[in-house]
Design a protein around this ligand. Structure first.
Ligand code: GDP
Length: 304
């Protein structure tokens, strides 16, 4: 079998569930197979149960009672309904249109706090963020407010050196909020546009971390609070998102490691269950591998 025939065979077998309908008005019983198949596919793509139920409910409403004459009609109907309900979920949550523009119009310094548990890619993300802001002509300072891990400060220092960006460090074990305070003070005196604040990323169930994060936020009064999540963490990422939502009302999420075959369902769960938009995605380990999240890009990824 040549490649074209093989592809044809695969695509026809993928959609053979549609072949059973010809010239009929759809009833609930007729679409059970499709619903069950899609339930499996959505859950496999890390879409949560709650969101899967909502999407399939929309789909049932869109299909039942419709007359279809050919299997392709049904297939198109299913695709259109899925696209519409997913787009609806995502588009309800656009909280900032253009961050760079917002920063340029805001009073200086614009303060952004980043948080997330260890290993999600927070340090790398802050470096990427600093790079992006610099590329847009903005002056940046970084606050190494993770005073609990000496390695975290060192890693951040290395990035800042490479990017030629000033860094404010604290003493090991020192008060992270006062490091942030110093960074903001320094930004004001040096006419710096943006302060990026790193925070300690211990386990998300850590009570001290909770209080510390709240204190940093009280003192730094950030314009933007961003949670960094690892797209490969599946359900655990959603649990982290819920946990941080209880302690900090954050504005949006940066999803890292999307290049590493992440399934992406978390994006829908965040939008539908927590009303939190994904604002940026990390797509590699280079500084330039941070890109704004786009609904169209996500739809293509999910339906490819
Ligand atoms: P932190 O503990 O949250 O500060 O995590 P790090 O920033 O140290 O990142 C942990 C690992 O994830 C490092 O090896 C990073 O290079 C890697 N990483 C971070 N973001 C991305 C990304 O978007 N894509 C890929 N492939 N790797 C990433």
């Amino acid at each position: 079998m040549n490649a074209q025939e093989s592809e044809k065979k695969q695509s026809s077998s993928r959609f053979n569930i549609f072949n059973i309908f010809r010239y009929k008005e759809l009833k609930e019983d007729d679409i059970n197979d499709i619903i069950e198949e899609l339930r499996y596919e959505l859950l496999e793509s890390d879409v949560s149960l709650e969101v899967t139920d909502k999407i399939l409910e929309d789909l049932k409403n869109a299909l039942i009672g419709k007359k279809v004459s050919r299997s392709e009609d049904l297939e198109n109907l299913v695709k259109e309904s899925l696209k519409k309900s997913i787009k609806d979920i995502l588009e309800k949550n656009k909280s900032i249109d253009d961050l760079i523009d917002t920063i340029k119009k805001s009073e200086k310094p614009y303060v952004i706090v980043f948080f997330g548990i260890n290993g999600v890619g927070k340090t790398t993300t802050i470096a990427k963020f600093a790079y992006m802001l610099k590329e847009h002509g903005l002056k940046v300072i970084v606050s190494a407010s993770d005073t609990f891990r000496a390695a975290a400060q060192e890693q951040l220092a290395l990035h800042c050196e490479k990017l030629k960006i000033p860094l404010v460090k604290g003493k090991y074990g020192g008060d992270p909020a006062s490091v942030a305070f110093d960074a903001i003070k320094s930004a004001k005196s040096r006419n710096i546009d943006v302060v990026l604040i790193d925070t300690a990323g211990r386990m998300h169930v850590d009570k001290d971390l909770t209080e510390e994060l709240k204190r940093i936020i009280r003192i730094a009064k950030p314009n933007l609070k961003l949670l960094v999540l690892d797209s490969l963490a599946g359900n655990d990422a959603l649990e982290q998102a819920k946990y941080f939502d209880e302690i900090v009302n954050y504005d949006g999420v940066i999803l890292t490691k999307v290049d590493a075959d992440a399934k992406g369902g978390i994006v829908l769960s965040l939008a539908y269950e927590l009303k939190k938009p994904v604002l940026y995605i990390g797509i590699g380990q280079e500084y330039s591998d941070l890109t704004p999240f786009s609904v169209n890009w996500f739809m293509e990824k999910l339906f490819s």
